[in-house]
Design a binder for this molecule. Structure first.
Ligand code: NAI
Ligand code: SF4
Length: 443
């Protein structure tokens, strides 16, 4: 397909690939820290209002309005307040935040400075997944530059406002990307999610009010302050401002991370010359997971939909963390779901019974069906096990402490709803009709 998708003015990725884009000099030449300069002339409450008006929504997965989250932090708390940056990017199919950290870490640091000033935060922790060694080094180098330039440290660009910023690396547990598990991990404990409410904005790190924001969310803040909320809101749709990063993987000619408008559809992302450039020769799209492996799968006839929170919610799925996984007509859906289910069983922290017992149970049933050992009743049993973890729809009403339970059950519900015939074919034929290849044409 030639380029028909509306071109997008890149906001987050504009400097990626340019020489030394990660340095303070390069960032400043592009107007870097102008947003912070403007923010420092404003009242903190006015900054929060500006972010609210921009319609910026969290880019970690849930799409919660950022300005609203900031406004939940009590203004008169006697305790110190904290900002925790969630850079524990581990959702299968999601690999965007690492590019920000590698290519333009100052954009996130400027967002941190603006958020901290607006919230009255004097300590920020950037929590990165353990595997992000290189990204952690690059982020630390940028933080060092920011200290030397008088952005972090005792006074922020000459203003009487102290901010200290630390990089902390996790140890490779997916669950530590769940915001309360992340806080437990920051406190030096095992990463076990906490019951919410209370939400971290009120009771967070060390029992103090804490805002947890994703890397891309914070990197989106500087341009809102520099160019105005109205400009940013207009880039998006009525309820979702700005542009966003999507991670395209699976059966496409040109996988990668792309900055797209909220109006860009899944079909455009797969086929347009600016993005995926279509399917490999001879292959047709069968299914797409639109927002990281937790998001319910869509069938081939459901893809003319914008990659945007509200539009995907209407389809009973989620924009999630922006991981778009494309599966072609040679992909076995039972094997794919088995693979997803294994991941969640492996990563469950084991605190709640439905998740601890249900995730390996799903995995065992799926393996049995995939290997041609399935018996009548196994498909219904699989559906029952998933429903005991989290019913579907609606999304987000699981029977567990954190969203990992939902994330493990939703794929099962949606694969069964759309591709039940493939599960039945495995039972009927007592083998996988797609042969032994693990990932369709990529096996
Ligand atoms: P959530 O909907 O419970 O919360 C979203 C955010 O809003 C949280 O920061 C929460 O504290 C805040 N919030 C919600 N209601 C609030 C209230 N009344 N007062 C104060 N704050 C409030 O979603 P959750 O569990 O934080 O995230 C789930 C999402 O994370 C999933 O949709 C999934 O896509 C995504 N995810 C992303 C990963 C990644 O690697 N980026 C990994 C795993 C999941
Ligand atoms: Fe742990 Fe799963 Fe319960 Fe989340 S849902 S707290 S991962 S057992």
């Amino acid at each position: 397909m030639a380029s028909t998708a509306k071109a997008v003015e890149p906001v987050i990725s504009a400097a990626w690939g340019k020489p030394q884009s990660w340095t303070l000099d390069s960032y400043r030449q592009r107007g870097g820290y102008d947003g912070l300069k403007r923010a420092l002339t404003m009242e903190p409450a006015a900054i929060i209002d500006e972010v609210k008006k921009s319609n910026l929504r969290g880019r970690g997965g849930a799409g919660f309005p950022t300005g609203m989250k900031w406004s939940f932090v009590p203004k008169d708390s006697p305790k110190p307040k904290y900002l925790a940056v969630n850079g524990d990017e581990s959702e299968p199919g999601t690999f965007k935040d690492r590019y920000i950290l590698e290519n333009d870490p100052h954009m996130m640091l400027e967002g941190i400075a603006i958020a901290s000033y607006a919230l009255g935060v004097h300590t920020c922790y950037v929590y990165l997944r353990g595997e992000f060694k290189f990204q952690a080094e690059r982020t630390q180098a940028a933080i060092d530059e920011a200290y030397k330039a008088g952005i972090f440290g005792k006074s922020m660009l000459g203003k009487d406002f102290q901010l200290d910023c630390y990089v902390v690396r996790g140890a490779g547990a997916y669950i530590c990307g769940e915001e309360t598990a992340l806080l437990e991990s920051l406190e030096g404990k095992k990463g076990w999610p906490r019951l919410k409410p209370p939400f971290p904005a009120v009771v967070g790190l060390f029992g103090s009010p804490t805002v947890v924001n994703n890397v891309e969310t914070l990197a989106s803040v500087p341009c809102i302050l520099a160019k105005g909320a109205e400009w940013y809101a207009k880039l998006g749709t009525d309820k979702s401002g700005g542009t966003h990063l999507v991670c395209l993987s699976g059966s496409v000619n040109r996988p990668g991370v792309y900055e797209v408008g909220m109006h860009t559809t899944i079909l455009e992302l797969i086929h347009d010359d600016q993005y995926g450039q279509g399917m490999p020769k001879g292959r047709k799209v069968k299914a797409v997971i639109p927002g990281g492996s937790s998001a319910p799968v869509l069938g081939a006839d459901e893809l003319d939909v914008a990659l945007e929170f509200e539009a995907l919610k209407m389809k009973q799925t989620m924009a999630g963390s922006g991981g778009v996984i494309v599966m072609d007509d040679a992909t076995c859906m039972v094997r794919s779901l088995w693979r997803v289910a294994r991941f969640y069983a492996e990563e469950s922290c084991g605190q709640c019974t439905p998740c601890r017992e249900g995730t390996p149970w799903q995995t065992r049933l799926l393996r049995k069906i995939e290997e041609g050992r399935g018996e009548p009743g196994d498909i219904d049993m699989l559906s029952n096990v998933a429903s005991s973890i989290a019913p579907y729809p609606p999304i987000g009403l699981g029977n567990t402490i954190c969203a990992l339970g939902d994330a493990a059950a939703l794929p099962t519900h949606s694969f069964l709803m759309r591709f039940r015939d493939e599960f039945e074919a495995h039972l009927r034929e007592k083998r996988c009709p797609f042969g032994d290849r693990p990932w369709g044409s990529y096996g």
